[in-house]
Each structure stands twice: as structure tokens, then as C-alpha cells.
Design a protein around this ligand. Structure first.
Ligand SMILES: C[S@@+](CC[C@H](N)C(=O)[O-])C[C@H]1O[C@@H](n2cnc3c(N)ncnc32)[C@H](O)[C@@H]1O
Length: 288
């Protein structure tokens, strides 16, 4: 007797009213600004959620999503709609400016000497930005310029990506942007034989400086151990609507020290720039 092959259940198409509902939830709960007309994008991102939750139809999935107690799935839905693209030394000019201008000015104020310097990657994704910052800080402070005490914190909306950032394990492709001298100084190579492709891990001397926090920047800042001297808020504001952007900026600026620096992505605009900030370089601001 022959059996018909089992085929994966393909969700039926997303209707415009369902797309509008999903976008409303994403806006209200995550501050994400997604146009309801992006049906193909929504379908592609959400079909995995339907498979994981065992739904064949968006209708039934949305019914369950709206029931009390479905907060975990709402978080998973918002996570499925976010993008985690990142890389080491992304927009390198900002790190160069930080070394040549930003850090000497912050040390002159007392950072790293009178208090432990705090660097914060506010939407850290899988950690490339946070670990780049850690490497830059370690280099800077180990040359004896000013103090030597520093720490870094990473926060993100996605718990899964935050775990990856904390694990700090990367493939060859993921570390492509990392210069050779930084690789030598800060990476360990995996010795596990069953991996055909090598894996690299950030060394313990950097990892012991880092903490990680789950945070929705639109709702509140994470509980940092100390006010931040530097915050990287890059390539995340683009996903928010005006009120989400305004709220996220407020929550990022409140734990930033006076004199501290804010870095944003090159394609992002702060317009209007809040009165507490002055621009000191492209996509770089000082809190006054
Ligand atoms: C494109 S990545 C940017 C990573 C890094 N900042 C960079 O520029 O390379 C955007 C990150 O923002 C996070 N994100 C999106 N909405 C957020 C929110 N409301 N609060 C905190 N993080 C959020 C996403 O989970 C994602 O990891």
C-alpha cells in the first residue's frame, strides 16, 4: 500500500485586515512601524510562527494571539518582525572618532578614573557592536591613557538574540569585519572537531566586562549598573514610528551621563534633535 507523502502545512494567505491587525499589535507592543501593505514581508516572517504554534491559518493564529495569557507569543511575533543584521566595526568611522576624540574627552571628565566607564549597546543584536566597543575600550584603557576601569552592557528586545550576544560565538563570516590584530588579541578558536567550519569566541578577558539586559526601548530603559558614558543606538530607530522613536530616545538619553556620547546609524535621523543633545560629528551627539 502506498502512502501519500506528508507535506509541510502552508499557511493560507494573509488578508489585508489581518495584516492591519498584526501591524497594530507590533506598533502598540513593540513600537514597530510596519506598513500593513507589506503583506509578503509579513507572511514570510510570520509563517514560521504559525508552524511553531501549530496553526494552519492566520485567522486561528490571530484568535489565539488575542486571548489573555498570549503575551509570550506577542513577544515572539514582534521578534519575528525585527531584523538582526549587524557586523563588527560597522560604520567604522564612529569607532575611530570615539578613540581619537570621544574617549579622551570622557576620560578628562573622570570616566574610567573617578567612576567605571560604561559603554552601552542599546539594541545589540547578536553582539558584534557590543564586542567591537569592548575591544576598542580595552585597547584604549590598556594604553594607560587615563583610567582603566570599564564595563559594557548590551540590551535588546529579542531574548534569543541576546543569548547569542552573551554566548559570543561567531562564524568566520560573522567576524569578516574584524581586523587581524583584533582577532589575534581577543578571539579564541573553537577546537571542537565535529565542526567543519571553525567557530570563534570572544575571550574571557572581554566577556567578564559585559552584562546583558532584555529591554523594549519603547517601553523603558534596561536596569544598567551605572549611568552610561557612551551609548550606541544604531540601526533600530528606523523600525519605529514617530512616537516609538521619541519614546526610545527618551529612554536611552535618561541613563546617559551629562557629557556622554550618543551614536546613531548613518541612515537614521534624530530630527528634531532633542535640546539636550549637540551634534559633534556625523551621527554622533553629546549630551549637554
Ligand atoms: C538591525 S539590528 C542593529 C544591531 C546593531 N545596533 C547594529 O547597528 O549593528 C536591530 C536590533 O534592534 C532590536 N530591536 C528592535 N526593536 C527593539 C526595541 N523596541 N527595543 C530594543 N531593541 C529592539 C532588534 O531585535 C535587533 O536586534
Amino acid at each position: 500500500m502506498s502512502h501519500a507523502p506528508f507535506l509541510p502545512i502552508q499557511p493560507t494567505g494573509l488578508r489585508p485586515d489581518q495584516a492591519a491587525l498584526i501591524c497594530r499589535i507590533a506598533r502598540q507592543r513593540g513600537g514597530l512601524a510596519i506598513a500593513p501593505t507589506k503583506i509578503a514581508f509579513l507572511e514570510q516572517r510570520l509563517s514560521r510562527r504559525l508552524r511553531v504554534t501549530g496553526h494552519a491559518e492566520f485567522d486561528h493564529y490571530l484568535d489565539d494571539l488575542l486571548r489573555p495569557g498570549a503575551e509570550g507569543e506577542v513577544d515572539a511575533l514582534i521578534e519575528a518582525l525585527t531584523t538582526h543584521t549587524t557586523s563588527f566595526f560597522r560604520e567604522r568611522r564612529q569607532f575611530d572618532w570615539l578613540c581619537s576624540e570621544g574617549l579622551p574627552a570622557l576620560v578628562a571628565l573622570g570616566a574610567g578614573r573617578d567612576w567605571r566607564f560604561m559603554g552601552w549597546s542599546a539594541a545589540c543584536s547578536s553582539g558584534a557592536e557590543l564586542w567591537t566597543l569592548a575591544m576598542v575600550l580595552d585597547r584604549f584603557f590598556s594604553t594607560g591613557r587615563g583610567g582603566s576601569r570599564w564595563q559594557v552592557a548590551g540590551s535588546d528586545l529579542s531574548r534569543a538574540i541576546l543569548e547569542r550576544a552573551a554566548r559570543a560565538v561567531y562564524t568566520e563570516d560573522e567576524i569578516a569585519g574584524l581586523p587581524e590584530d583584533y582577532r589575534k588579541a581577543y578571539l579564541m578558536r573553537s577546537r571542537r572537531r565535529h565542526h567543519t567550519a571553525p567557530l570563534f569566541r570572544i575571550g574571557p578577558e572581554l566577556r567578564r566586562h559585559a552584562t546583558f539586559h532584555h529591554a523594549n526601548l519603547v517601553k523603558s530603559p534596561p536596569p544598567l549598573a551605572a549611568p552610561a558614558d557612551v551609548v550606541f543606538l544604531r540601526n533600530v530607530l528606523i523600525y519605529f514610528d514617530d512616537s516609538g522613536r521619541e519614546a526610545a530616545l527618551r529612554h536611552v538619553l535618561s541613563p546617559l551621563r551629562q557629557g556622554g556620547l550618543l551614536f546613531t546609524g548613518h541612515t537614521e535621523s534624530l530630527a528634531p534633535v532633542p535640546p539636550s543633545l549637540v551634534q559633534v560629528a556625523p551621527s554622533t551627539y553629546r549630551k549637554v
